[in-house]
Write a protein that binds this ligand. Structure first.
Ligand code: GAR
Length: 203
């Protein structure tokens, strides 16, 4: 049984999608050991409590990055977490945090990386005028929105789109992509050469 941790800062719809995949067995042999928010009012924390999961608020406000990260890492280690999933966690991890979980931290980003890293990726895509965008689940390394890519899903940009409509269609794909990526990683069905991740078959 693998222990997942979810780190979030807001609504938590990706977390909910992951929780459904775990309870339905789409992500097999895993449980959500802890859900941690750096924001006391995050909707995702309410959901975690409602689902009877272990939900922790570790406020980041007023703390140095590494000071906060040390508290989070201690909470993860206490619960023997195997895989950390950032799900709308709007805070950069310190290099020290990343080094504690090599190839064991995933992030989801609402664009086809390396296009449009950082904040408001959907707005960036509309402003740039791309015709296709999407979402990316990737390993977290020490650079922002940068590590090896595990899964990407494409979403067309429609002439009628505004940021809200586009974000909603990307989000549907995010919910599918994240569980797929977690399955690949937990089952070890991949190899990485340089930045390139390829899936391997299980026998
Ligand atoms: C998602 O769209 C996620 O891709 C994005 O925040 C949203 C969180 O929604 N993350 C980033 O932009 C990270 N750079 P959720 O709280 O409903 O899962």
């Amino acid at each position: 049984m693998k222990n997942l941790a979810i780190l979030l800062s807001g609504r938590g719809s990706n977390f909910e999608a992951i929780a459904k995949s775990v309870s339905s067995g789409r992500i097999p042999d895993a449980r959500i050991a802890v859900v941690i928010s750096n924001k006391p009012k995050a909707g995702g924390i309410e959901t975690a409590r409602r689902l009877g999961l272990n939900a922790l608020v570790i406020p980041s406000k007023g703390k140095g990055r590494e000071e906060h990260d040390r508290e989070v890492v201690t909470a993860l280690q206490t619960r023997e977490v195997d895989l950390v999933c950032l799900a709308g966690y709007m805070r950069l991890l310190s290099p020290w945090f990343v080094s504690q979980f090599p190839h064991r931290i995933l992030n989801i980003h609402p664009s086809l990386l390396p296009a449009f890293p950082g904040l408001e990726a959907q707005e960036q895509a509309l402003a740039y005028g791309v015709k296709v965008t999407g979402c990316t689940v990737h390993f977290v390394d020490k650079e922002l929105d940068h590590g090896p890519i595990i899964v990407q899903k494409t979403v067309p940009v429609l002439d009628s789109d505004n940021e809200r409509a586009l974000a909603a269609r990307i989000l549907e794909q995010e919910h599918i992509a994240y569980s797929e990526a977690i399955g690949i990683v937990l089952e070890g069905r991949y190899e990485i050469a340089g930045r390139r991740l390829t899936q391997t078959r299980t026998t």
